[in-house]
Design a protein around this ligand. Structure first.
Ligand SMILES: Cc1ncc(C[n+]2csc(CCOP(=O)(O)OP(=O)(O)O)c2C)c(N)n1
Length: 574
Protein backbone atom coordinates (compact mmCIF):
# COMPACT_ATOMS: atom_id res chain seq x y z
CA UNK A 1 0.00 0.00 0.00
CA UNK A 2 1.27 3.47 -0.76
CA UNK A 3 3.11 5.37 1.97
CA UNK A 4 0.59 8.16 1.33
CA UNK A 5 -2.08 6.03 3.01
CA UNK A 6 -0.93 7.09 6.47
CA UNK A 7 -1.06 10.72 5.52
CA UNK A 8 -4.48 10.29 3.91
CA UNK A 9 -5.82 8.57 7.05
CA UNK A 10 -4.74 11.57 9.08
CA UNK A 11 -6.11 14.07 6.60
CA UNK A 12 -9.50 12.32 6.50
CA UNK A 13 -9.59 12.02 10.31
CA UNK A 14 -8.65 15.69 10.72
CA UNK A 15 -11.54 16.52 8.44
CA UNK A 16 -13.97 14.40 10.49
CA UNK A 17 -12.88 16.00 13.76
CA UNK A 18 -12.83 19.51 12.27
CA UNK A 19 -16.35 19.05 10.89
CA UNK A 20 -17.59 17.79 14.26
CA UNK A 21 -16.17 20.89 15.92
CA UNK A 22 -17.77 23.07 13.25
CA UNK A 23 -21.08 21.41 14.09
CA UNK A 24 -20.64 22.47 17.74
CA UNK A 25 -19.46 19.11 19.09
CA UNK A 26 -16.45 19.49 21.36
CA UNK A 27 -16.18 16.57 23.72
CA UNK A 28 -14.42 13.36 22.67
CA UNK A 29 -14.31 10.17 24.73
CA UNK A 30 -11.73 7.65 23.61
CA UNK A 31 -10.80 4.08 24.35
CA UNK A 32 -7.26 3.07 23.49
CA UNK A 33 -6.21 0.88 20.57
CA UNK A 34 -4.32 0.86 17.33
CA UNK A 35 -6.95 0.92 14.57
CA UNK A 36 -8.36 4.20 15.89
CA UNK A 37 -4.90 5.85 15.69
CA UNK A 38 -5.74 8.39 12.94
CA UNK A 39 -8.82 9.61 14.84
CA UNK A 40 -6.95 9.73 18.16
CA UNK A 41 -4.13 11.78 16.60
CA UNK A 42 -6.60 14.15 14.97
CA UNK A 43 -8.29 14.71 18.35
CA UNK A 44 -4.99 15.11 20.17
CA UNK A 45 -3.65 17.58 17.58
CA UNK A 46 -6.71 19.83 17.30
CA UNK A 47 -6.46 22.74 19.76
CA UNK A 48 -10.24 23.02 20.26
CA UNK A 49 -11.06 19.49 21.36
CA UNK A 50 -11.71 18.41 24.93
CA UNK A 51 -11.27 14.76 25.69
CA UNK A 52 -11.36 11.83 28.08
CA UNK A 53 -9.23 8.72 27.53
CA UNK A 54 -10.07 5.54 29.44
CA UNK A 55 -8.99 1.92 28.93
CA UNK A 56 -12.43 0.35 29.46
CA UNK A 57 -14.82 1.10 26.60
CA UNK A 58 -17.88 0.35 28.71
CA UNK A 59 -16.85 3.20 31.01
CA UNK A 60 -16.03 5.39 28.00
CA UNK A 61 -19.58 4.87 26.70
CA UNK A 62 -21.20 5.69 30.04
CA UNK A 63 -19.01 8.74 30.58
CA UNK A 64 -20.08 10.08 27.19
CA UNK A 65 -23.69 9.27 28.07
CA UNK A 66 -23.43 11.27 31.31
CA UNK A 67 -21.86 14.23 29.53
CA UNK A 68 -24.55 14.28 26.85
CA UNK A 69 -27.38 13.83 29.36
CA UNK A 70 -26.07 16.81 31.27
CA UNK A 71 -25.51 19.10 28.28
CA UNK A 72 -28.08 17.91 25.73
CA UNK A 73 -25.20 17.99 23.22
CA UNK A 74 -23.69 14.99 21.48
CA UNK A 75 -20.34 13.77 22.71
CA UNK A 76 -18.18 11.65 20.42
CA UNK A 77 -17.02 8.14 21.29
CA UNK A 78 -13.93 6.78 19.52
CA UNK A 79 -12.93 3.14 19.94
CA UNK A 80 -10.76 0.56 18.23
CA UNK A 81 -12.16 -2.46 16.37
CA UNK A 82 -13.44 -5.73 17.82
CA UNK A 83 -14.91 -6.33 21.27
CA UNK A 84 -14.14 -2.69 22.16
CA UNK A 85 -17.16 -1.76 20.04
CA UNK A 86 -19.45 -4.26 21.73
CA UNK A 87 -18.50 -2.87 25.14
CA UNK A 88 -20.35 0.32 24.21
CA UNK A 89 -23.64 -1.52 23.93
CA UNK A 90 -25.06 -0.90 27.45
CA UNK A 91 -24.50 2.86 27.18
CA UNK A 92 -25.98 2.91 23.67
CA UNK A 93 -29.09 1.12 24.88
CA UNK A 94 -29.55 3.66 27.66
CA UNK A 95 -28.90 6.57 25.29
CA UNK A 96 -31.34 5.20 22.75
CA UNK A 97 -34.15 4.74 25.27
CA UNK A 98 -33.55 8.14 26.84
CA UNK A 99 -32.99 9.92 23.50
CA UNK A 100 -29.49 11.09 24.43
CA UNK A 101 -27.42 12.32 21.45
CA UNK A 102 -24.13 10.46 20.89
CA UNK A 103 -21.83 10.03 17.91
CA UNK A 104 -19.92 6.74 17.72
CA UNK A 105 -16.82 6.51 15.57
CA UNK A 106 -15.84 2.83 15.62
CA UNK A 107 -12.59 2.02 13.85
CA UNK A 108 -12.44 -1.00 11.61
CA UNK A 109 -10.24 -2.85 9.16
CA UNK A 110 -10.79 -2.19 5.49
CA UNK A 111 -13.27 -4.27 3.51
CA UNK A 112 -10.65 -6.69 2.12
CA UNK A 113 -9.63 -7.73 5.67
CA UNK A 114 -13.13 -8.51 6.90
CA UNK A 115 -14.45 -12.04 7.27
CA UNK A 116 -11.11 -13.64 6.36
CA UNK A 117 -9.42 -14.27 9.71
CA UNK A 118 -7.70 -10.89 10.13
CA UNK A 119 -6.81 -10.04 13.74
CA UNK A 120 -9.29 -8.15 15.98
CA UNK A 121 -11.86 -8.07 13.21
CA UNK A 122 -15.54 -8.86 13.48
CA UNK A 123 -18.72 -7.73 11.80
CA UNK A 124 -19.30 -4.23 13.21
CA UNK A 125 -21.72 -3.11 10.52
CA UNK A 126 -25.16 -2.31 11.92
CA UNK A 127 -23.98 -3.85 15.20
CA UNK A 128 -26.22 -1.52 17.20
CA UNK A 129 -29.21 -2.36 15.06
CA UNK A 130 -32.24 -0.17 15.86
CA UNK A 131 -30.59 1.35 18.94
CA UNK A 132 -29.04 4.00 16.70
CA UNK A 133 -30.89 6.69 14.75
CA UNK A 134 -28.58 6.59 11.75
CA UNK A 135 -25.57 4.52 10.74
CA UNK A 136 -23.10 4.24 7.92
CA UNK A 137 -20.00 2.27 7.03
CA UNK A 138 -17.67 4.93 5.68
CA UNK A 139 -15.23 4.15 2.86
CA UNK A 140 -11.54 3.98 3.68
CA UNK A 141 -9.94 7.43 3.34
CA UNK A 142 -9.45 8.18 -0.34
CA UNK A 143 -8.77 11.10 -2.64
CA UNK A 144 -11.37 9.80 -5.07
CA UNK A 145 -14.27 11.02 -2.98
CA UNK A 146 -14.88 14.71 -2.46
CA UNK A 147 -14.10 16.10 1.00
CA UNK A 148 -17.60 17.56 0.90
CA UNK A 149 -18.82 13.97 1.35
CA UNK A 150 -17.18 13.90 4.79
CA UNK A 151 -18.66 17.31 5.63
CA UNK A 152 -22.23 16.35 4.74
CA UNK A 153 -21.90 12.95 6.46
CA UNK A 154 -20.81 14.56 9.72
CA UNK A 155 -23.52 17.23 9.41
CA UNK A 156 -26.13 14.53 8.90
CA UNK A 157 -24.77 12.46 11.82
CA UNK A 158 -24.90 15.40 14.22
CA UNK A 159 -28.35 16.49 13.05
CA UNK A 160 -29.79 12.96 13.32
CA UNK A 161 -28.35 12.60 16.84
CA UNK A 162 -29.95 15.83 18.05
CA UNK A 163 -33.20 16.47 16.25
CA UNK A 164 -36.48 14.78 15.45
CA UNK A 165 -35.91 11.70 17.53
CA UNK A 166 -32.53 12.27 19.22
CA UNK A 167 -30.20 9.40 20.11
CA UNK A 168 -26.97 7.66 19.16
CA UNK A 169 -25.58 7.64 15.62
CA UNK A 170 -22.97 5.10 14.46
CA UNK A 171 -20.26 5.75 11.86
CA UNK A 172 -18.00 2.77 11.25
CA UNK A 173 -14.60 4.06 10.13
CA UNK A 174 -12.25 1.63 8.33
CA UNK A 175 -8.56 2.50 7.93
CA UNK A 176 -5.82 0.79 5.89
CA UNK A 177 -2.23 0.55 7.13
CA UNK A 178 -0.02 2.41 7.61
CA UNK A 179 -2.43 4.07 9.98
CA UNK A 180 -0.59 7.38 10.20
CA UNK A 181 2.43 9.22 8.95
CA UNK A 182 4.88 11.41 10.84
CA UNK A 183 4.60 14.05 8.13
CA UNK A 184 1.61 16.23 8.99
CA UNK A 185 -0.92 16.32 6.13
CA UNK A 186 -2.12 19.62 4.68
CA UNK A 187 -5.39 20.68 6.30
CA UNK A 188 -8.51 21.49 4.32
CA UNK A 189 -10.87 24.15 5.59
CA UNK A 190 -14.20 22.82 4.34
CA UNK A 191 -17.41 24.74 5.06
CA UNK A 192 -19.89 22.69 7.10
CA UNK A 193 -23.44 21.99 5.98
CA UNK A 194 -25.65 23.76 8.50
CA UNK A 195 -29.12 22.43 9.27
CA UNK A 196 -31.73 24.91 10.44
CA UNK A 197 -34.08 23.65 13.14
CA UNK A 198 -37.73 24.40 13.73
CA UNK A 199 -39.73 24.35 16.91
CA UNK A 200 -43.04 22.49 16.86
CA UNK A 201 -45.89 24.60 18.20
CA UNK A 202 -49.19 23.15 19.40
CA UNK A 203 -52.05 23.95 17.00
CA UNK A 204 -54.52 26.57 18.22
CA UNK A 205 -57.40 24.15 17.64
CA UNK A 206 -55.71 21.62 19.98
CA UNK A 207 -55.11 24.27 22.63
CA UNK A 208 -58.77 25.37 22.45
CA UNK A 209 -60.11 21.83 22.77
CA UNK A 210 -57.71 20.86 25.54
CA UNK A 211 -58.29 24.08 27.45
CA UNK A 212 -62.03 23.40 27.41
CA UNK A 213 -61.44 19.91 28.85
CA UNK A 214 -59.12 21.37 31.51
CA UNK A 215 -61.65 24.05 32.41
CA UNK A 216 -64.34 21.42 32.87
CA UNK A 217 -62.17 19.37 35.22
CA UNK A 218 -61.93 21.05 38.64
CA UNK A 219 -60.36 17.88 40.08
CA UNK A 220 -57.42 17.54 37.72
CA UNK A 221 -53.89 16.50 38.63
CA UNK A 222 -50.56 17.18 36.96
CA UNK A 223 -48.13 14.28 36.99
CA UNK A 224 -44.61 15.23 35.92
CA UNK A 225 -42.49 12.30 34.75
CA UNK A 226 -38.82 12.37 33.81
CA UNK A 227 -37.73 15.48 31.94
CA UNK A 228 -34.31 16.60 30.73
CA UNK A 229 -32.68 19.30 32.86
CA UNK A 230 -33.35 22.13 30.40
CA UNK A 231 -37.09 22.61 31.06
CA UNK A 232 -38.50 25.82 32.51
CA UNK A 233 -40.19 24.75 35.70
CA UNK A 234 -41.92 28.08 36.45
CA UNK A 235 -44.22 27.53 33.49
CA UNK A 236 -45.47 24.22 34.93
CA UNK A 237 -46.10 25.90 38.28
CA UNK A 238 -47.92 28.79 36.62
CA UNK A 239 -50.30 26.42 34.82
CA UNK A 240 -50.93 24.40 37.99
CA UNK A 241 -51.63 27.60 39.88
CA UNK A 242 -54.16 28.78 37.27
CA UNK A 243 -55.99 25.45 37.30
CA UNK A 244 -55.56 24.80 41.04
CA UNK A 245 -54.42 21.28 40.27
CA UNK A 246 -51.91 19.46 42.48
CA UNK A 247 -48.52 18.57 40.96
CA UNK A 248 -47.07 15.09 41.59
CA UNK A 249 -43.42 15.37 40.53
CA UNK A 250 -41.28 12.30 39.80
CA UNK A 251 -37.73 12.33 41.21
CA UNK A 252 -36.35 12.74 37.66
CA UNK A 253 -38.84 15.45 36.66
CA UNK A 254 -36.44 18.29 37.67
CA UNK A 255 -39.44 19.86 39.47
CA UNK A 256 -37.98 18.96 42.85
CA UNK A 257 -34.79 20.88 42.11
CA UNK A 258 -36.71 24.11 41.64
CA UNK A 259 -37.24 24.94 45.29
CA UNK A 260 -41.04 25.27 45.05
CA UNK A 261 -41.51 22.29 47.29
CA UNK A 262 -44.45 23.71 49.23
CA UNK A 263 -46.39 24.00 46.00
CA UNK A 264 -46.16 20.32 45.09
CA UNK A 265 -47.56 17.14 46.59
CA UNK A 266 -44.77 15.57 48.59
CA UNK A 267 -44.55 11.86 49.41
CA UNK A 268 -47.40 11.00 47.06
CA UNK A 269 -46.21 7.40 47.03
CA UNK A 270 -47.16 7.13 50.72
CA UNK A 271 -50.21 9.30 50.30
CA UNK A 272 -51.68 7.14 47.54
CA UNK A 273 -51.09 3.96 49.53
CA UNK A 274 -53.00 5.54 52.40
CA UNK A 275 -55.74 7.26 50.40
CA UNK A 276 -56.20 5.51 47.06
CA UNK A 277 -59.75 6.88 46.94
CA UNK A 278 -58.70 10.35 45.74
CA UNK A 279 -60.10 10.27 42.21
CA UNK A 280 -59.27 13.03 39.74
CA UNK A 281 -61.47 13.83 36.78
CA UNK A 282 -58.50 14.45 34.47
CA UNK A 283 -54.77 13.59 34.40
CA UNK A 284 -52.25 15.84 32.67
CA UNK A 285 -48.94 13.99 32.37
CA UNK A 286 -45.93 16.08 31.37
CA UNK A 287 -42.77 14.24 30.36
CA UNK A 288 -41.95 10.57 30.42
CA UNK A 289 -41.41 7.73 32.87
CA UNK A 290 -42.45 7.51 36.51
CA UNK A 291 -40.34 5.77 39.12
CA UNK A 292 -43.17 5.18 41.59
CA UNK A 293 -44.92 1.87 41.06
CA UNK A 294 -47.65 2.99 43.47
CA UNK A 295 -48.36 6.06 41.36
CA UNK A 296 -48.36 4.01 38.15
CA UNK A 297 -50.77 1.45 39.58
CA UNK A 298 -53.06 4.16 40.94
CA UNK A 299 -53.13 5.99 37.59
CA UNK A 300 -54.11 2.73 35.95
CA UNK A 301 -57.21 2.44 38.13
CA UNK A 302 -58.52 5.87 37.14
CA UNK A 303 -61.28 6.12 34.61
CA UNK A 304 -60.78 9.67 33.44
CA UNK A 305 -59.29 11.41 30.39
CA UNK A 306 -55.49 11.13 30.36
CA UNK A 307 -53.46 13.75 28.49
CA UNK A 308 -49.72 13.36 27.90
CA UNK A 309 -47.23 15.87 26.55
CA UNK A 310 -43.68 14.95 25.65
CA UNK A 311 -41.38 16.41 23.02
CA UNK A 312 -40.81 13.17 21.10
CA UNK A 313 -42.99 10.64 19.29
CA UNK A 314 -42.14 7.54 21.37
CA UNK A 315 -44.86 5.81 23.35
CA UNK A 316 -44.34 6.32 27.08
CA UNK A 317 -47.46 4.58 28.25
CA UNK A 318 -46.75 1.10 29.65
CA UNK A 319 -50.30 0.76 30.99
CA UNK A 320 -51.89 2.01 27.76
CA UNK A 321 -53.99 4.63 29.50
CA UNK A 322 -53.11 7.75 27.50
CA UNK A 323 -56.07 9.06 25.50
CA UNK A 324 -54.68 12.37 24.24
CA UNK A 325 -51.04 12.82 23.23
CA UNK A 326 -49.17 15.89 22.05
CA UNK A 327 -45.55 15.85 20.84
CA UNK A 328 -44.30 19.25 21.92
CA UNK A 329 -41.92 20.69 24.47
CA UNK A 330 -43.83 20.45 27.82
CA UNK A 331 -42.82 23.91 29.07
CA UNK A 332 -43.79 25.44 25.72
CA UNK A 333 -47.14 23.69 26.04
CA UNK A 334 -47.65 25.15 29.53
CA UNK A 335 -46.98 28.67 28.25
CA UNK A 336 -49.28 28.30 25.28
CA UNK A 337 -52.21 26.65 27.04
CA UNK A 338 -52.06 29.24 29.85
CA UNK A 339 -53.40 31.78 27.34
CA UNK A 340 -56.52 29.64 26.86
CA UNK A 341 -57.54 28.77 30.44
CA UNK A 342 -59.15 30.98 33.06
CA UNK A 343 -57.84 31.14 36.59
CA UNK A 344 -59.88 28.98 38.94
CA UNK A 345 -60.76 29.99 42.52
CA UNK A 346 -59.15 27.96 45.31
CA UNK A 347 -60.71 24.48 45.60
CA UNK A 348 -61.21 21.90 48.36
CA UNK A 349 -59.71 19.40 45.96
CA UNK A 350 -56.31 21.07 46.02
CA UNK A 351 -56.57 21.80 49.75
CA UNK A 352 -57.20 18.10 50.57
CA UNK A 353 -54.12 16.93 48.66
CA UNK A 354 -52.00 19.66 50.15
CA UNK A 355 -53.08 19.00 53.70
CA UNK A 356 -52.42 15.24 53.40
CA UNK A 357 -49.04 15.94 51.81
CA UNK A 358 -48.03 18.39 54.55
CA UNK A 359 -49.15 16.00 57.25
CA UNK A 360 -47.01 13.17 55.84
CA UNK A 361 -44.03 15.47 55.36
CA UNK A 362 -44.23 16.56 58.99
CA UNK A 363 -44.62 12.98 60.19
CA UNK A 364 -41.67 11.70 58.16
CA UNK A 365 -39.48 14.52 59.29
CA UNK A 366 -40.11 13.62 62.94
CA UNK A 367 -39.78 9.92 62.31
CA UNK A 368 -36.67 9.82 60.10
CA UNK A 369 -34.61 12.94 60.71
CA UNK A 370 -33.98 12.17 64.38
CA UNK A 371 -32.81 8.59 64.05
CA UNK A 372 -29.67 7.57 65.86
CA UNK A 373 -28.63 4.95 63.27
CA UNK A 374 -27.61 5.48 59.67
CA UNK A 375 -30.49 4.25 57.53
CA UNK A 376 -31.16 4.37 53.80
CA UNK A 377 -34.25 6.65 54.10
CA UNK A 378 -32.25 8.77 56.58
CA UNK A 379 -29.42 9.27 54.09
CA UNK A 380 -31.92 10.33 51.45
CA UNK A 381 -33.49 12.84 53.81
CA UNK A 382 -30.10 14.31 54.64
CA UNK A 383 -29.42 14.88 50.93
CA UNK A 384 -32.80 16.57 50.74
CA UNK A 385 -31.95 18.84 53.64
CA UNK A 386 -28.44 19.88 52.61
CA UNK A 387 -27.87 19.69 48.86
CA UNK A 388 -27.18 22.98 47.11
CA UNK A 389 -27.69 24.24 43.52
CA UNK A 390 -24.02 24.08 42.60
CA UNK A 391 -24.00 20.27 42.83
CA UNK A 392 -25.69 17.81 40.46
CA UNK A 393 -27.15 14.61 41.82
CA UNK A 394 -26.94 11.23 40.09
CA UNK A 395 -29.08 8.44 41.51
CA UNK A 396 -28.51 4.76 40.75
CA UNK A 397 -31.28 2.33 40.05
CA UNK A 398 -32.52 -0.10 42.70
CA UNK A 399 -33.24 1.22 46.22
CA UNK A 400 -31.60 4.68 45.84
CA UNK A 401 -33.96 5.81 43.06
CA UNK A 402 -36.97 4.42 44.93
CA UNK A 403 -35.91 5.97 48.25
CA UNK A 404 -35.19 9.35 46.72
CA UNK A 405 -38.49 9.23 44.85
CA UNK A 406 -40.24 8.67 48.19
CA UNK A 407 -38.19 10.84 50.52
CA UNK A 408 -36.22 13.50 48.65
CA UNK A 409 -38.20 16.75 48.56
CA UNK A 410 -35.69 19.56 49.17
CA UNK A 411 -36.99 22.77 50.68
CA UNK A 412 -34.26 24.76 48.95
CA UNK A 413 -33.36 24.81 45.23
CA UNK A 414 -30.80 22.14 44.35
CA UNK A 415 -28.92 21.19 41.18
CA UNK A 416 -30.29 18.96 38.43
CA UNK A 417 -31.12 15.33 39.23
CA UNK A 418 -30.10 12.51 36.91
CA UNK A 419 -30.57 8.76 36.71
CA UNK A 420 -30.10 6.01 34.15
CA UNK A 421 -33.72 4.95 33.88
CA UNK A 422 -33.80 4.37 30.13
CA UNK A 423 -33.06 0.70 30.73
CA UNK A 424 -32.47 0.96 34.50
CA UNK A 425 -29.10 -0.82 34.38
CA UNK A 426 -26.92 -0.95 37.46
CA UNK A 427 -23.87 -0.79 35.18
CA UNK A 428 -21.78 2.26 34.31
CA UNK A 429 -23.01 4.35 37.25
CA UNK A 430 -19.59 5.69 38.29
CA UNK A 431 -18.70 6.66 34.72
CA UNK A 432 -22.10 8.27 34.11
CA UNK A 433 -21.74 10.43 37.23
CA UNK A 434 -18.25 11.58 36.17
CA UNK A 435 -19.57 12.42 32.68
CA UNK A 436 -22.39 14.45 34.26
CA UNK A 437 -19.92 16.42 36.37
CA UNK A 438 -17.86 17.13 33.26
CA UNK A 439 -20.93 18.16 31.27
CA UNK A 440 -22.40 20.41 33.97
CA UNK A 441 -18.95 21.64 34.95
CA UNK A 442 -19.85 21.34 38.57
CA UNK A 443 -19.40 18.78 41.34
CA UNK A 444 -21.76 15.79 41.44
CA UNK A 445 -23.08 13.61 44.21
CA UNK A 446 -23.67 10.04 43.09
CA UNK A 447 -25.77 7.74 45.23
CA UNK A 448 -25.93 4.03 44.48
CA UNK A 449 -25.79 0.53 45.91
CA UNK A 450 -22.83 -1.78 46.43
CA UNK A 451 -23.56 -4.04 43.44
CA UNK A 452 -23.79 -1.00 41.17
CA UNK A 453 -20.47 0.19 42.63
CA UNK A 454 -18.78 -3.18 42.10
CA UNK A 455 -20.15 -3.33 38.55
CA UNK A 456 -18.24 -0.22 37.53
CA UNK A 457 -15.05 -0.45 39.60
CA UNK A 458 -12.87 0.17 36.52
CA UNK A 459 -14.34 3.64 36.20
CA UNK A 460 -12.68 4.63 39.47
CA UNK A 461 -9.66 5.20 37.23
CA UNK A 462 -11.68 8.02 35.60
CA UNK A 463 -12.55 9.42 39.02
CA UNK A 464 -8.92 9.97 39.87
CA UNK A 465 -8.47 12.20 36.81
CA UNK A 466 -11.94 13.84 36.95
CA UNK A 467 -11.83 17.57 36.33
CA UNK A 468 -14.88 18.25 38.52
CA UNK A 469 -15.28 16.50 41.88
CA UNK A 470 -17.58 13.51 42.16
CA UNK A 471 -18.54 12.18 45.57
CA UNK A 472 -19.69 8.58 45.38
CA UNK A 473 -21.98 7.70 48.22
CA UNK A 474 -22.22 3.94 48.15
CA UNK A 475 -24.81 2.28 50.34
CA UNK A 476 -23.24 -1.04 51.17
CA UNK A 477 -25.91 -3.44 52.32
CA UNK A 478 -23.76 -6.31 50.95
CA UNK A 479 -25.96 -7.26 48.03
CA UNK A 480 -29.12 -6.25 46.19
CA UNK A 481 -31.49 -5.01 48.90
CA UNK A 482 -34.23 -4.50 46.33
CA UNK A 483 -34.88 -8.24 46.21
CA UNK A 484 -36.07 -8.25 49.85
CA UNK A 485 -38.97 -6.10 48.65
CA UNK A 486 -39.95 -8.37 45.76
CA UNK A 487 -42.17 -11.48 45.84
CA UNK A 488 -39.06 -13.66 45.41
CA UNK A 489 -38.16 -12.79 49.03
CA UNK A 490 -40.64 -15.52 50.00
CA UNK A 491 -38.23 -18.11 48.50
CA UNK A 492 -35.68 -17.79 51.28
CA UNK A 493 -33.85 -20.89 50.02
CA UNK A 494 -32.75 -19.16 46.79
CA UNK A 495 -32.92 -15.47 47.72
CA UNK A 496 -29.38 -14.84 48.95
CA UNK A 497 -27.42 -16.86 46.41
CA UNK A 498 -29.43 -16.40 43.22
CA UNK A 499 -30.78 -12.88 43.64
CA UNK A 500 -29.17 -10.79 46.37
CA UNK A 501 -25.66 -11.96 45.37
CA UNK A 502 -24.54 -11.21 48.91
CA UNK A 503 -20.84 -10.56 49.48
CA UNK A 504 -18.49 -9.65 52.32
CA UNK A 505 -16.65 -6.76 50.64
CA UNK A 506 -16.08 -3.23 51.78
CA UNK A 507 -14.56 -0.64 49.50
CA UNK A 508 -11.64 0.87 51.35
CA UNK A 509 -9.07 -1.14 49.41
CA UNK A 510 -10.72 -0.23 46.10
CA UNK A 511 -10.36 3.43 47.06
CA UNK A 512 -6.72 2.81 47.98
CA UNK A 513 -6.02 1.04 44.67
CA UNK A 514 -7.24 4.07 42.74
CA UNK A 515 -5.88 6.57 45.30
CA UNK A 516 -9.20 8.18 46.04
CA UNK A 517 -10.05 9.61 49.48
CA UNK A 518 -12.29 7.21 51.38
CA UNK A 519 -14.64 7.83 54.32
CA UNK A 520 -16.84 5.52 56.28
CA UNK A 521 -19.08 7.40 58.71
CA UNK A 522 -20.73 5.26 61.38
CA UNK A 523 -23.57 7.47 62.60
CA UNK A 524 -25.83 10.24 61.27
CA UNK A 525 -23.90 12.99 63.06
CA UNK A 526 -20.56 12.00 61.48
CA UNK A 527 -22.17 11.54 58.09
CA UNK A 528 -23.83 14.97 58.16
CA UNK A 529 -20.62 16.65 59.25
CA UNK A 530 -18.70 14.91 56.45
CA UNK A 531 -21.42 15.81 53.95
CA UNK A 532 -21.31 19.49 54.93
CA UNK A 533 -17.50 19.48 54.73
CA UNK A 534 -17.60 17.96 51.24
CA UNK A 535 -20.18 20.52 50.11
CA UNK A 536 -18.00 23.31 51.43
CA UNK A 537 -14.73 21.90 50.07
CA UNK A 538 -15.60 19.78 47.03
CA UNK A 539 -13.20 16.92 46.25
CA UNK A 540 -13.69 13.52 44.67
CA UNK A 541 -14.23 10.88 47.32
CA UNK A 542 -15.82 7.53 48.07
CA UNK A 543 -18.13 7.54 51.06
CA UNK A 544 -19.25 4.10 52.15
CA UNK A 545 -22.23 3.72 54.41
CA UNK A 546 -23.01 0.26 55.64
CA UNK A 547 -26.59 -0.75 56.34
CA UNK A 548 -28.38 -4.05 56.91
CA UNK A 549 -30.87 -5.38 54.41
CA UNK A 550 -33.19 -6.94 56.97
CA UNK A 551 -33.37 -3.72 59.01
CA UNK A 552 -33.91 -1.68 55.87
CA UNK A 553 -36.91 -3.81 54.93
CA UNK A 554 -38.38 -3.49 58.43
CA UNK A 555 -37.86 0.28 58.47
CA UNK A 556 -39.66 0.74 55.16
CA UNK A 557 -42.54 -1.37 56.46
CA UNK A 558 -42.66 0.65 59.70
CA UNK A 559 -42.67 3.93 57.77
CA UNK A 560 -45.53 2.72 55.64
CA UNK A 561 -47.57 1.59 58.66
CA UNK A 562 -46.96 4.78 60.59
CA UNK A 563 -47.99 6.97 57.64
CA UNK A 564 -51.22 4.99 57.41
CA UNK A 565 -51.82 5.65 61.10
CA UNK A 566 -50.82 9.29 60.88
CA UNK A 567 -53.41 10.03 58.25
CA UNK A 568 -56.89 9.73 59.53
CA UNK A 569 -57.88 7.65 56.52
CA UNK A 570 -61.66 7.75 56.93
CA UNK A 571 -61.58 11.51 57.47
CA UNK A 572 -59.37 12.22 54.50
CA UNK A 573 -61.10 10.02 51.95
CA UNK A 574 -63.24 12.00 49.53
C1 LIG B 1 -26.66 -4.42 34.37
C2 LIG B 1 -27.75 -4.91 35.25
N1 LIG B 1 -27.67 -6.15 35.78
C3 LIG B 1 -28.66 -6.60 36.59
C4 LIG B 1 -29.73 -5.81 36.90
C5 LIG B 1 -30.82 -6.34 37.81
N2 LIG B 1 -30.79 -5.67 39.12
C6 LIG B 1 -31.62 -4.66 39.41
S1 LIG B 1 -31.40 -4.06 40.92
C7 LIG B 1 -30.17 -5.13 41.25
C8 LIG B 1 -29.48 -5.14 42.58
C9 LIG B 1 -28.76 -3.87 42.81
O1 LIG B 1 -28.02 -3.95 44.00
P1 LIG B 1 -27.33 -2.68 44.63
O2 LIG B 1 -26.68 -1.89 43.57
O3 LIG B 1 -26.45 -3.14 45.73
O4 LIG B 1 -28.53 -1.80 45.17
P2 LIG B 1 -29.62 -2.13 46.32
O5 LIG B 1 -30.61 -3.08 45.73
O6 LIG B 1 -28.93 -2.75 47.48
O7 LIG B 1 -30.23 -0.81 46.61
C10 LIG B 1 -29.94 -5.97 40.17
C11 LIG B 1 -28.91 -7.02 40.11
C12 LIG B 1 -29.77 -4.52 36.32
N3 LIG B 1 -30.78 -3.67 36.55
N4 LIG B 1 -28.78 -4.09 35.53
Amino acid sequence: MSADTGSLNLKWSNLIIDQLLKQGVQYFCLGTGSRSTPLAIAIADHPDTQHLVHFDERGVGFHALGYSKATGLPSVIVVTSGTAVANLFPAIMEASNERVPLILLTSDRPHELRDCGANQTCDQIKLFSDYVRWQDDLPCPTTQISERYVATTIAQAVFRSRHGHPGPVHLNCPFREPLFSLTPPSLSDISPTLYETTQTMPAVSTLERWAECFQNAPKGIIVVGSLPPHQKMDLIFQLASLLKWPILPDILSQVRSAGYIHEVIRHYDHLLKAIPSYKPDLVLHLGDRLVSKTLGQWLKTLECPYFQISDHPCRQDPDHIVLHRLCVDPSLFCTEIAGFVKERSPTDWFACWKSASDQIAQHLSTMIDNQTDLTEPGITRSLSNHLIPSWSLFIGSSMPIRDTDQFLFPKQPIGPIFGNRGVSGIDGNIATAIGIAQGKQQPTFALFGDLAFLHDLNSLAQLRQAQYPVVILVINNHGGAIFSFLPIAQRKDVLEEFFVASHPYNFQSAAELFQIPYFRPHNPRDWEQLFLDLLANPCSAIVEIQTRRSENLLLHQEIHQSVLQCLNVSHMAT
